[in-house]
Every structure is written in structure tokens, then in C-alpha cells.
Design a protein around this ligand. Structure first.
Ligand code: CS2
Length: 476
């Protein structure tokens, strides 16, 4: 048994140590699974798994999480070797604190355990499937809003639906088995940074189901539940330093330790078919309409995050906090928020001025090493909801959308300058960069099919603004 398992036993026995490290406040041996989570990366384990861990301490029930990693096997092997326990270190200027999370009861990998995952999805005990697979994994066609049938895992799952490889394929096959068995569907709760994420996943699921069996698609459409949710917590990729810090704090080796900021937020539409954990007892907010919260978070947090990331990449600044160390760049982030906030409707219970100030503070957190490179990846998947949608609305209201133009200019300059970019459309982006001219440098990017909204492509005055900004950025 690995150190963290022994340490858990020791923590339970020692009142002195148990005060320093938060540990599950429930009988973990009695915890049965009720949730399958797809996408076992750092974000899930520092966010929804923590909410569930906390909620179980307030109101115990069969809500253990089976974590599924569609591709990676390492994380699954590591977690199994430590009895699925891992620690989350919360870091701020006030110091570090650790929590050992117990809500994950089992982990599985799509590469090795497909049959077991499908059996679990069809199990009556599974009530909810939560998802964090990142924007690019859904196979969403940004133009139609439906399935991109050329997306590799979508194409594979349309061809062989009973042996899925992608997230929507797994959901459809799981629901199909439940339909045949006369069971209720599980609730699908998307936790990725997409606007109206529940509605998107509902549409993709029904489309894929319809391709194999219209009756299944009808059943999902009538009986299924796909609440939208907004998730927020800054979770940098873990490093050796994270593991060293965890070892010091919990006194044991933890190969899957994570670090994150104190802030966390989860806003969820309360539409669940067969119950849910008492996530509100852990601070989650249940609302009728998540859209205003999603829009706020995507445009203010993620939009300015992208600005900071491309700026950092162009200026050789490794971490978000380094960019925030330059007052001129902080002013650019604030200016971006000021432009984006004008596109938002009032958000119930949120003071937007306070929210924006808090974002600046969160980005400045000196203890969080969030790589600008990590945020800069997948621009084609992130910028539509973070930047383009707000620009369309700003221009429609007669505004200049000049900060949006600036972020796009930074992104184009970054694509041009960076030898290897990480983006599913990297080849198209690099081809566009190779065709840039001094007169109209953004033109090859605006011609990439299905990327920019039509109104931006057709707005030559605004595109000229993007070009001027590219010129200034490239000139340094
Ligand atoms: C970031 C997000 O990587 C990125 O693109 O903007 O992951 C961000 O840290 C989270 O959405 C914060 O909740």
C-alpha cells in the first residue's frame, strides 16, 4: 500500500495531525458509487470531487464517484495504487492547506476498461454522469451547433457505436443499454467551459443516438436530463513541486496531488432525474437558468485569461502571475473586462464590479503557477465563446470591440511566432500564418472555414482594427 493510504489511517488515529489536513468526514468504506465522471484530469479532482467529498460529510448517501479517463492510463494506475485517495493543496498568500479527497471510489480507463465502464453506465445504481473532457473532445461543429461528423471520435463512434471511444459515444451506448433494459436514463451534467453546455451535450447525444436508432433518440429527448452548469476554479497542471509540497503537508507520497486556489464556484440547473448529492451544502448554487453565470465567467474570466495567456507567450512570461506583475498588462486585462461586462445581463446575486476585482486578485495570486502556455492552447476551441461572441454583441450595440480585436491580434501573432502550437486545428492555423501579408495580415485567419462568426468576417472596419493591432504587436 502506498504512503497516502497508511497516512489516512494515521490521520484518523491522531487528533493532532488530523487538524492540519482535512480528511473525509464520512465512513469511506461504506461509500457506494452513484456517479460516473468522464475526464479524470486535475480540474475534476480539484472541483466536483471536492464538492462531493464535502457534501458527503454533510449528508451521506450513495454518491461515490467512479472516475473515467478516456485515454490516460497512468492517472488510473496511480490512483488505484493509493486506494483512489489524493490530496488537494489550497494555496494563497495566507499559506497552504491540504485536503485528502475520498469521494472517488474507483477509477477506470477507456483504453483498458471499456466493458466495465459500459456496464457501470448501464447499472441502475448510476444516477448521474458528470463530464470534464475540455472543449475539443465533444465533436461540436461550431457552425451548425450539432455534431461534427469528421471529428475523429465522433466518426469512430458513428461507425462502431457499441465500442465507443469518445465521450458522446459512451453516453449514447450507456443510455442505449438502459433504454433496452427498461431503466431510467442517468442525468448528464456537463462541467466544461462551453456556453449552455447542457443544451449542447443534449443535442450532440440526441444526434448521435438518432444515427443508430430514432426510438432511442426520442426516448432521450423525452426522458433525458442535461442540466447546464458553470464551474470555476483555477487548477494549474501539477508538477514535481506540487508532489513535494503534498509530501511535506500530508507526510506521505502522493503521485496524484494537485494544487489550486481557495476560490471555487459551481452553479447548476436543478434538473436531476434520480436525485443528486447535497452539493449546496458544499457551497454550490442551484438556479433555474445558468446562462447568465456561464456568460459572465466565459467572457470575464476566460476571455481575459486568454488575453493574458497570449500576451505572456509573446512577452516570454511563463505564468499568469508574471503577466499580472506588469501594471500595464493588468490595465489591459481590466480594459478587456470593462468591454466584455457591457455584453452581460445582470447576474442574480453577483456584483459584477466586485467579481472583476476578485478576478484580478485571483490572477495575481503569487502562489499559483498557472502556465500561460496551458491557457494558450486550443484557441480555435476557446475563443469563439470567450471573445468572438462578445465582439459580435459589442459591435451590434455600436461599440468598437477594440479589446476583442486586440486579443485576436495577440492570438494571430502568437500562432505566427510559435513553432509548435497545441490546437486541433493547428495545421490550418499554421497554413494561415504562412499566408499572412503586410496589407491584410488577418485575412488568411478570417478565411478559415467555420471559425469566425459571419458578422465578424464581414465587418471590414473592425477587421482593419485587428490588422493595425497585429502590426503594432509584431513591431514590438
Ligand atoms: C483557462 C481555464 O485553461 C484555460 O483556458 O482559462 O481552464 C480556467 O483556468 C478555468 O476555467 C477557471 O475556472
Amino acid at each position: 500500500m502506498s504512503g497516502i493510504v497508511d497516512e489516512m489511517a494515521r490521520l484518523s488515529a491522531s487528533t493532532h495531525l488530523s487538524a492540519a489536513v482535512v480528511k473525509p468526514a464520512y465512513d469511506r468504506a461504506a461509500l457506494k458509487p452513484g456517479i460516473v465522471h468522464i475526464g479524470l484530469g486535475a480540474f475534476h479532482r480539484a472541483h466536483q470531487a471536492v464538492y462531493t467529498d464535502e457534501a458527503l460529510g454533510h449528508s451521506f448517501g450513495d454518491w461515490g464517484v467512479v472516475g473515467v479517463s478516456l485515454r490516460s492510463v497512468d492517472i488510473v494506475h496511480d490512483l488505484r495504487a493509493q486506494d483512489e485517495l489524493y490530496s488537494v493543496i489550497t494555496r494563497s498568500g495566507a499559506g497552504d492547506s491540504a485536503r485528502v479527497v475520498g469521494s472517488i471510489v474507483r477509477s477506470l480507463s477507456g483504453t483498458e476498461d471499456r466493458d466495465e465502464i459500459l456496464a457501470l453506465l448501464a447499472d441502475p445504481a448510476t444516477k448521474i454522469v458528470t463530464i470534464t473532457v475540455t472543449e475539443k473532445a465533444y465533436g461540436l461543429d461550431p457552425v451548425s451547433g450539432g455534431l461534427d461528423r469528421n471529428h475523429p471520435s465522433v466518426a469512430a463512434d458513428l461507425l462502431s457505436p457499441t465500442t465507443p471511444v469518445g465521450v458522446i459515444g459512451y453516453i449514447v451506448e450507456g443510455l442505449s443499454r438502459r433504454h433496452s433494459a427498461g431503466l431510467a436514463p442517468f442525468t448528464v451534467l456537463c462541467c466544461d467551459n462551453l456556453p449552455t453546455n447542457g443544451r449542447i451535450v443534449r443535442r450532440l447525444t440526441i444526434e448521435m443516438a438518432g444515427a443508430r436508432d430514432p426510438a432511442l433518440a426520442n426516448w432521450i429527448s423525452g426522458q433525458g436530463a442535461f442540466p447546464s452548469s458553470m464551474v470555476d476554479r483555477i487548477v494549474p497542471a501539477a508538477t514535481e513541486e506540487t508532489r513535494a509540497r503534498a509530501e511535506k503537508l500530508i507526510g506521505a507520497e502522493d503521485r496524484q496531488a494537485l494544487e489550486t486556489e481557495p476560490f471555487m464556484q459551481w452553479v447548476i440547473e436543478d434538473h436531476f432525474i434520480s436525485g443528486r448529492p447535497a452539493w449546496e451544502s458544499a457551497g454550490a448554487l442551484f438556479v433555474d437558468d445558468v446562462e447568465p453565470y456561464e456568460k459572465m465567467k466565459l467572457r470575464l474570466l476566460n476571455g481575459s485569461h486568454s488575453l493574458i495567456a497570449y500576451l505572456g507567450q509573446l512577452k516570454g512570461l511563463e505564468f499568469v502571475r508574471d503577466v499580472m506583475g506588469v501594471p500595464e498588462y493588468v490595465a489591459l486585462a481590466r480594459r478587456h473586462m470593462q468591454e466584455a461586462v457591457k455584453t452581460l445581463d445582470p447576474v442574480p446575486g453577483i456584483d459584477l464590479t466586485h467579481y472583476m476585482d476578485q478576478l484580478i486578485e485571483r490572477f495575481e495570486n503569487p502562489t499559483i503557477a498557472h502556465k500561460t502556455q496551458q491557457i494558450a492552447m486550443d484557441g480555435t476551441q476557446k475563443l469563439p465563446q470567450r471573445i468572438f461572441a462578445g465582439a459580435v454583441e459589442t459591435l451590434a450595440k455600436g461599440g468598437e470591440a477594440s479589446s476583442a480585436a486586440y486579443v485576436i491580434a495577440l492570438w494571430i501573432a502568437y500562432v505566427q511566432k510559435t513553432a509548435e502550437i497545441n490546437d486541433p486545428r493547428a495545421a490550418e492555423l499554421k497554413a494561415a500564418a504562412a499566408k499572412m501579408t503586410a496589407d491584410d495580415p488577418s485575412a488568411p485567419f478570417f478565411s478559415i472555414p467555420g471559425l469566425f462568426p459571419q458578422t465578424l468576417m464581414e465587418n471590414s472596419a473592425w477587421r482593419a482594427r485587428v490588422n493595425v493591432k497585429i502590426g503594432k504587436i509584431v513591431a514590438g
